[in-house]
Design a protein. Structure first.
Length: 80
């Protein structure tokens, strides 16, 4: 069995997901994937855009996506 290195970001996400499940008190979550991806993605785009001083071309490069996709996501999350 190989050992998988866990990054600090993964540890933080795992910790927060465990807290989330505790707050559900046994209730089943709905659309958990969309919830997590949406919340993480919005923060990711906002922080990267801040780091790039609003330069969408550079932000798209940081994210490894094209500028059109970034623009679509920025509109989706009301970040522009």
């Amino acid at each position: 069995m190989s050992v998988v290195a866990v990054t600090p970001l993964q540890e933080q996400v795992e910790s927060e997901l465990k807290k989330y499940f505790r707050t559900l008190n046994g209730e089943q979550p709905n659309e958990l994937h969309d919830l997590v991806v949406g919340q993480v993605e919005e923060v990711l785009f906002r922080v990267v855009l801040e780091q790039c001083n609003g330069n969408q071309s550079r932000a798209a490069g940081y994210l490894g996506i094209n500028r059109g996709t970034l623009r679509k996501k920025l509109l989706q999350y009301n970040l522009c």
